[in-house]
Design a protein around this ligand. Structure first.
Ligand SMILES: C=C(O[C@@H]1C=C(C(=O)O)C=C[C@H]1O)C(=O)O
Length: 273
């Protein structure tokens, strides 16, 4: 979605279409990472010496170097992009005039994303062991992390869209003023959308994650496909969304809404004469 556009920027349907497209990005990024072994040494701090005194992991070093270049070309001035590392240099390009779609906030859940990715995701999609392809596996790790980060932080746009719905705004205002996290979570939750998403995701993962024979047949798990024919198990992708991506997206929505009234004047409030 072009965030420089001003019209219809917060249409919930358009935002949901972005999340649907990001499903493809995430599935293919996971498939690319799954080509390589776990390469656990790339996640352990202190395994390599770095000329600038950096003491973290190979992935951390690679990610920070990548983000420094991306920061220089103003990637993180976009309201849908959030870095994992700091400090980052100022952009060499003039900042773009994004419409003020989101309420000012400093929400960044990338440390949670990194923890869950390393603990819960990589070990399930990669073969154990070390294939020495450290640069390749780290490159795919960065692509997975960036895609997951974009998807989860899109929760801010979704939350703003829901807040601006006239039919729900006063209810959100009451819940926010009461600091009612559970009430906000319940109001923003759409179980129908979530269930449809998981059904669609399983179909995508089964099709994208399998080779297609010359005849055009797709060999699926329940048709006796062997692990070598599965680029990534559909169950892993569905479980990733159900236990991590969706819950963390909703946490971002709740955190965003809890701060939505900071410095905000309710236009519907009657001014006392
Ligand atoms: C993103 C939305 O908000 C919530 C989070 C969802 C998700 O992370 O996929 C789906 C539905 C909602 O429970 C939405 O309403 O589309």
């Amino acid at each position: 979605m072009n965030l420089l556009e001003k019209d219809n920027a917060l249409s919930l349907a358009r935002l949901r279409d972005v999340l649907i497209r990001l499903e493809d990005t995430i599935i293919f990024a996971l498939i690319e990472r799954a080509q390589f072994a776990l390469n656990a040494c790339t996640y352990q701090p202190g395994v390599y010496e770095y000329n600038d005194g950096y003491k973290g992991s190979f992935l951390g070093y690679f990610l920070h170097e990548m983000e420094k270049v991306h920061s220089r070309v103003r990637r993180y001035t976009s309201p849908d992009e959030y870095p994992f590392t700091s400090p980052l240099p100022a952009p060499i390009l003039p900042t773009l005039d994004f419409p003020p779609t989101l309420h000012p906030n400093h929400i960044n859940v990338n440390s949670d994303i990194m923890d869950r990715y390393l603990q819960d995701i990589v070990p399930k999609i990669c073969a154990p062991g070390d294939d020495l392809n450290y640069g390749s596996s780290a490159t795919r790790d960065v692509e997975c992390l960036q895609a997951l980060s974009k998807r989860i932080h899109y929760g801010k746009f979704i939350a703003e869209s829901k807040f601006q719905d006239p039919a729900q705004q006063q209810t959100y205002i009451q819940l926010i003023r009461a600091k009612d996290r559970d009430g906000i979570m319940e109001l923003l939750t759409n179980r129908t959308v979530e269930a449809a998403l998981l059904r669609r995701l399983r179909r995508k993962a089964m099709i994208y994650g399998h080779d297609i024979t010359e005849k055009g047949d797709i060999i699926l798990e329940d048709e006796g496909s062997t692990p070598t024919q599965q680029k990534i198990p559909a169950d892993v992708v569905v479980d990733l969304y159900e236990r991590f991506v969706i819950p963390l997206t909703k946490e971002v929505e709740v955190e965003y809404l809890l701060k939505r009234l900071d410095g905000w004047q309710d236009p519907s409030a009657t001014t006392s004469s």
